[in-house]
Design a binder for this molecule. Structure first.
Ligand SMILES: Nc1ncnc2c1ncn2[C@@H]1O[C@H](COP(=O)(O)OP(=O)(O)OP(=O)(O)O)[C@@H](O)[C@H]1O
Ligand SMILES: [Mg+2]
Length: 493
């Protein structure tokens, strides 16, 4: 049995043509359709999404909750906030009510949705044929769609699934769609899900996150908190790959609530071959995702986050450059030394004494808490707790202690060293917190802010001097100078 119902539909054919002309890549568009499959996951059941990419059609099939007729009618309208129509899961990826239509229209000029809602015994089908729509008069009454209802058929792309959704796109805009690019994109885009047991198959091949071969011990955690009350968190990791990447695939993948929102961001360091070993992932839940998950919205918050990342990455950039210089990379001793220096600069314990710094991305099921191991007893702990995450409270209190106690010490640095030792943390870690707080005095204490600026300036000088020393060391000049007798170096200048 088959029944067809006609519904008013808001997007005009012209509008769909226009949004189809967005510059979404095929891989991005498929990811947008797959994101909906994750949102339709059934409680406790792993998600399996099957994607087919060939010269004729792109097809995405899932065994999720499917859509009732009422939901489907709204789903195919442009820009409906679906939270008003369906119960969105916590941390749902979909927010704008645009993804599916936009993705389909950008992939091809004919698309169809087939859906079998959980518990029902029918399938609903709707077809969008832009060529056919184009022939209709451009009046609202003509903007209708037909939804066909069938008793569970077995001939469609859903096969014998009891529930689920299939999105099929034909009349492709791209002549030879590359399944490999789609596979790679989906492997990165849904990495946290794939690591948890969900799966995506592209032409039968399982999407997997890329496996890197990093320089030993070069993977370091990122755990930055900023903002007036340190309320904005950037978590993740960065590592140095054994290979340089002249393909441009390096830098940072930025995730928001477990979904990749920006691929290979290189804004936080000068991108060139010597820094193309830098690979990292960060989770920035606090920044709103731009429409279609393409990059993150530009905002003051994003600019602040960028400034924090730039500062944090300076020693990583230096390590990547050093490893790429001359024969350093081939010398295990020199490579080890460079990584040791990186750990020092970041206030992390030396790799030899440290178990493992590898961190996983926060779980998409619980993005705010997973992967965070904040503890409250660092102040008592013996030994440097470097590489450990600290609670905002511990950070704030320890920084405050430096500000209130520094007058007892010869310098701020002396105060930092003493308080850090007492608190069981690396002085460099504390210095970085103090530097951030100093640049943004919340207390309104002008004296402190003046001191903070001076310290920052001196630190900048020290960092510059260290960099100069490193360059000299790398070029061999320093070793020669060190061999000179005391005073001789001065006389030779
Ligand atoms: N595979 C699917 N399974 C079940 N429901 C789906 C599926 N794909 C789409 N839907 C329904 O269609 C709606 C519209 O999807 P669409 O991607 O256009 O918007 P969205 O996901 O709500 O927001 P966004 O534009 O941010 O992606 C979804 O909210 C969901 O209710
Ligand atoms: Mg969506």
């Amino acid at each position: 049995m088959s029944r067809i119902t006609t519904y008013a539909n808001s997007p005009s054919p012209q509008l769909l043509e226009k949004i189809g002309a967005t510059n979404l890549t095929l891989a991005d568009a498929v990811a947008e359709i797959v994101a909906n499959s994750f949102d339709a996951a059934l409680d406790g059941e792993p998600v399996v999404v099957e994607v087919t990419v060939d010269g004729e059609e792109i097809c995405v099939v899932d065994s999720g909750a499917g859509m009732s007729e009422d939901v489907l009618v709204e789903a195919v309208k442009l820009g409906v906030d679906m939270a008003d129509v369906v119960k969105k899961p916590p941390g749902a990826k979909g927010r704008f009510g645009l993804g599916m239509n936009t993705a389909c229209a950008s992939i091809g000029r004919w698309s169809a949705v087939y859906t079998r809602p959980l518990g029902a015994h029918s399938e609903f089908r709707v077809v969008f044929d832009l060529a056919e729509w184009e022939r209709r008069p451009n009046v609202p009454e003509a903007w209708t769609i037909d939804i066909e209802e069938l008793d569970l058929p077995t001939d469609g792309p859903l096969g014998d699934r009891e529930h689920g959704t299939a999105v099929v796109v034909k009349k492709l805009r791209q002549q030879e769609p590359l399944a490999g690019a789609v596979l790679a994109k989906l492997g990165e885009a849904f990495k946290p899900h794939l690591q948890q047991g969900d799966s995506i198959l592209v032409n039968g091949v399982a999407a997997t996150p890329h496996n890197y071969d990093f320089v030993a011990n070069s993977k370091v955690p990122i755990d930055i908190a900023f903002g007036p009350a340190h309320e904005f968190q950037i978590t993740g990791w960065v590592a140095i790959d054994k290979q340089t990447h002249n393909d441009g695939d390096y830098g940072f993948n930025i995730y928001r609530h477990g979904q990749l929102v920006q691929t290979w961001c290189q804004e936080w360091f000068a991108a060139h071959l010597m820094t193309s070993r830098i690979i990292g992932e960060v989770n920035m839940d606090f920044i709103g995702a731009a429409i279609f998950s393409q990059g993150l919205q530009q905002s003051d918050l994003r600019r602040q986050a960028s400034a924090e990342m730039k500062e944090f990455l300076k020693p990583v950039v230096m390590a990547s450059r050093e490893l790429s210089r001359g024969s350093n990379f081939r010398s295990p001793d020199r490579a080890r030394q460079i990584i040791d220096e990186l750990h020092d600069a970041l206030g992390l314990e030396s790799p030899e004494r440290q178990p493992s710094t590898a961190r996983t991305m926060p779980s998409p099921r619980d993005p705010r808490t997973a992967g965070r191991t904040a503890s409250t007893d660092h102040r008592k702990g013996g030994g440097a707790n470097t590489g450990t995450r600290y609670t905002t409270k511990v950070r704030r209190e320890t920084v405050q202690e430096v500000f209130t106690q520094e007058h007892r010490y010869r310098s701020r640095w002396a105060a930092i060293t003493a308080i850090a030792a007492e608190s069981g943390m690396a002085p460099e870690t504390l210095r970085r917190w103090v530097r951030r707080a100093g640049a943004r005095p919340a207390s309104g204490d002008q004296g402190l802010s003046g001191g903070g600026a001076r310290v920052t300036e001196l630190e900048r000088e020290v960092r510059q001097l260290r960099r100069d020393i490193e360059t000299l060391k790398a070029s061999g000049a320093f070793t020669k100078a060190e061999k000179l007798r005391p005073g001789e170096a001065d006389r030779r200048r």
